[in-house]
Design a protein around this ligand. Structure first.
Ligand SMILES: [Zn+2]
Ligand SMILES: [Zn+2]
Length: 315
């Protein structure tokens, strides 16, 4: 077998083992997805009808900010309980047995937490609504706001898949750019201060990175759809993207995570390696670009070496 064919075979082999290692956990993940898209969506439509849906600025800048902040706080509260309580069931899914940052240096971590919270407030409560305001006014966002055309569960699912693929593509290239020496030193280094990443670290980024590396890739898919994108789909996407990025930074890789069902999905172990080793693994939702461009080679070698030695994904 030629070398190229051999490496292609091993890519599919490791993907097959990733999916099969989920085992029965695939079931709750699928049930969560089905419940969200096909049972909860009509209920969420009713909430949408109560919103000031004719006002683009209020919806795009105001409600989006509220959804993003609420999801960010809810997801982090969930992980905060896991970090403090160390519940044995969830500990099985920790990606590393390294101590948390507050366990190794409690005083230093207090300072770090203060700085992190300041950055989070800036990014979530000033930058996000500010950029969204520009999107709604200067860039004249064309999204459909009206009750006619509220997407069904199936349409919503297609929309979200499209947004994920576009986001991942842009995120990958943006992230690679932020790893060039000039950009890294000035902007991206801040995000990498967390070697052991935690949920809060997901939005701990220099404002330039937050705008170009996080907000822009997330907004691009909906922008591409123009008036064919409904504000409701945008809201759902904002919620999903926020939960997913906290999940990806949490330090726990749950086999029942509904965000990791797509073929060649990334995850907390994948992005955790990016933080702990700072080599490759630039994708957000998916790994295929890293594989195509050889930027996850180091991670694949690491996993091949360590999988047999430890039940932890990172050591
Ligand atoms: Zn990075
Ligand atoms: Zn990160």
């Amino acid at each position: 077998m030629s070398k190229k064919l051999q490496s292609l075979f091993s890519v599919f082999q490791s993907e097959a083992s990733r999916l099969s290692s989920k085992g029965m956990s695939m079931l709750p993940a699928l049930v969560t997805l089905y419940t969200f898209f096909f049972i909860l969506t009509p209920l969420l439509h009713e909430i949408y009808e109560q919103l000031p849906y004719q006002n683009m600025v209020l919806m795009y800048a105001g409600v989006s900010t509220l959804i993003s902040a609420t999801c960010f706080i809810a997801a982090n509260l969930f992980f905060f309980v896991l970090y403090i309580k160390k519940i044995p069931y969830f500990e099985n899914y920790r990606i590393s047995d390294a101590p948390w940052p507050w366990e190794t240096d409690p005083e230093g971590y207090k300072l770090k937490l203060r700085g992190t919270l300041r950055t989070l407030l800036l990014n979530h409560l000033i930058i996000l609504p500010g950029i969204s305001y520009i999107g709604a006014t200067v860039l004249k966002n064309e999204m459909n706001l009206m009750l006619e055309g509220l997407p069904s569960g199936k349409d919503l699912l297609y929309n979200i898949l499209f947004f994920m693929i576009v986001e991942d593509f842009m995120f990958y290239w943006g992230h690679r750019l932020f790893h060039t020496p000039w950009m890294y030193k000035r902007f991206h280094k801040q995000h990498h201060e967390y070697k052991i990443s935690i949920g809060l670290a997901s939005s701990y980024a220099h404002p330039v990175e937050f705008i170009l590396g996080n907000l822009l890739p997330s907004a691009l898919g909906p922008m591409m759809l123009g008036p064919n994108c409904h504000m409701f789909a945008w809201f759902v996407w904002v919620g999903i993207r926020t939960f997913e990025t906290v999940d990806g930074h949490s330090g726990y890789d749950f086999p029942w995570s509904p965000f990791r069902l797509l073929p060649f999905s990334a995850g907390a172990a994948y992005h955790g390696y990016h933080h702990s080793h700072n080599i490759g693994n630039y994708g957000s939702f998916l790994t295929y670009l890293d594989t195509l461009f050889g930027t996850n080679r180091s991670y694949c070698i690491y996993r091949a070496k360590n999988d047999s030695l430890s039940n932890k994904l990172l050591r």
